[in-house]
Design a protein around this ligand. Structure first.
Ligand SMILES: [Zn+2]
Length: 272
């Protein structure tokens, strides 16, 4: 059992207990929820989906290091033992963006984590990590409250209302046991306007928003979420890195810490 920096579960009415050190249970689900203003990581129980622990990630003492000089990464969760295919629910793409362009963005965002990385920095190392697109599916991500895995790793746009991902722009759920990921699903909120802003997805590169609305690049959101899918956590003090919390512009291009993180996650023999 490896340590995870999680706030012990005593959360009621969105108010959590004081930080405490906790460890991941032997098995369960990790839920990464990212939105425009907040991000949270939850540990939930197998079978029931009961909330065990949560941490609100966010701006701490944000550093000023550039993407190519910040070596920070977080490996608090489980990882894949072998790399499995993922499938995309292409038909779930919002009608106002093109399906082909969206699928291309999703695939490229995952491949950013393979060697050679998608980065504007020198490549500090290589990784054994592999992104394996397995074709389309008609299924949605497994997000029901009881969190029952279906054996498929799925990416889908869907309503997150009433699910464990409610409130998120983008969300990843990992089913894990003994430090290994057994299944991972990525869900992107299909109707971003339901959060009260005129927010929409885009297959253009730029993510931007203001007090009334914005555009959320599939490439930015998905690259960050694939980091969770691969087993990386948030780096709260590193705004230039892809794994900085929140959906943010520039996430589609990996920084030094992102690359060092995936390399450490899959090139190390220490917990094999
Ligand atoms: Zn995140």
């Amino acid at each position: 059992m490896r340590p995870i920096h999680i706030i012990a579960a005593a959360c009621a009415a969105l108010v959590c207990a004081a930080p405490a050190s906790a460890a991941l249970p032997e098995e369960g689900f990790l839920v990464y929820k990212d939105s425009r203003l907040s991000s949270a990581t939850e540990v939930r129980a197998k079978g029931t989906g009961r909330l065990i622990a949560t941490v609100e990630d966010g701006l701490q003492n944000a550093g000023s290091a550039s993407a190519c000089s910040d070596p920070t990464f977080e490996l608090s969760g489980p990882r894949w033992k072998r790399f499995e295919e993922y499938r995309v629910n292409i038909a779930s793409t919002p009608t106002y963006i093109r399906r082909a362009a969206t699928l291309a963005d999703l695939i490229a965002a995952h491949e950013a984590w393979e060697s050679p990385f998608v980065t504007d920095c020198p490549q500090p190392s290589r990784t054994a990590y592999e992104a394996k697109y397995g074709g389309p599916t008609t299924r949605n991500a497994s997000l029901v409250a009881s969190l029952t895995a279906d054996g498929l790793n799925v990416v889908s746009f869907q309503s997150l209302a009433g699910t464990v991902c409610d409130g998120a722009t983008a969300c990843v759920v990992l089913d894990f046991r003994n430090g290994r990921i057994r299944e991972a699903d990525m869900a992107l909120e299909q109707d971003l306007t339901r959060y009260g802003f005129q927010d929409f997805w885009t297959t253009e590169d730029e993510t931007w928003w203001n007090e009334s609305g914005g555009r959320w690049a599939v490439s930015d959101a998905a690259t960050h979420e694939w980091g969770h899918f691969a087993g990386l956590g948030h780096v709260d003090d590193s705004p230039s890195l892809t794994m900085y919390p929140f959906v943010h512009d520039g996430a589609q291009t990996l920084g030094l810490g992102d690359m060092l993180g995936i390399a450490a996650r899959y090139n190390s023999k220490r917990d094999d």
